[in-house]
Design a protein around this ligand. Structure first.
Ligand code: C5P
Length: 136
């Protein structure tokens, strides 16, 4: 059996007071450019997933999240051609600071039942029904 390269990415559904979810558009030059995703990123060696999320949310959208505000909801498990992606999805409803696109990316606050209007990476699509169940 060929070796499988497992990639661990962690993602977060930020939910605002109107139960809208934040998604971000992957920028030009990155894999899957133009597709919309839940903010997050690769878990670096030595990091716990929650630490990764806290770091990525600060870097990408300028907010401060404390670890108790991150609740695991579900996970994605998807076979891409060259690696297998495992991606826990957390929910966060409380944070400090204003959401701003710190990396020039497009951001959108979207109701869970409209998430399918935004093209997403194949790994992310099965996460949508979990958000609909939780938020609609
Ligand atoms: O974000 P980054 O490019 O570091 O993620 C590594 C890979 O994980 C991407 O190339 C993409 O294939 C996958 N990914 C995904 N859905 C996300 C984030 C990443 O499928 N929300």
């Amino acid at each position: 059996m060929a070796d499988i390269k497992l990639t661990l990415v962690v993602a977060c559904a930020l939910v605002d007071a109107d139960k809208r979810v934040l998604i971000a558009q992957r920028p030009e030059g990155k894999a899957l450019a133009g597709l919309w995703e839940f903010p997050g990123g690769k878990v670096e060696p030595g990091e716990r997933p929650e630490q990764t999320l806290i770091r990525e949310l600060r870097e990408e959208i300028g907010i401060d999240v404390s670890e108790p505000c991150l609740a695991p909801l579900t996970f994605a498990s998807h076979a891409y051609d060259s690696f297998h992606l495992l991606m826990p999805l957390y929910i966060c409803r409380r944070w400090e600071g204003m959401v701003v696109a710190r990396e020039g990316q497009q951001l959108a606050w979207v109701r869970a039942n409209r998430l399918r209007d935004y093209p997403m990476p194949p790994a992310d699509i099965p996460l949508i029904p979990h958000l609909i169940d939780l938020l609609m």
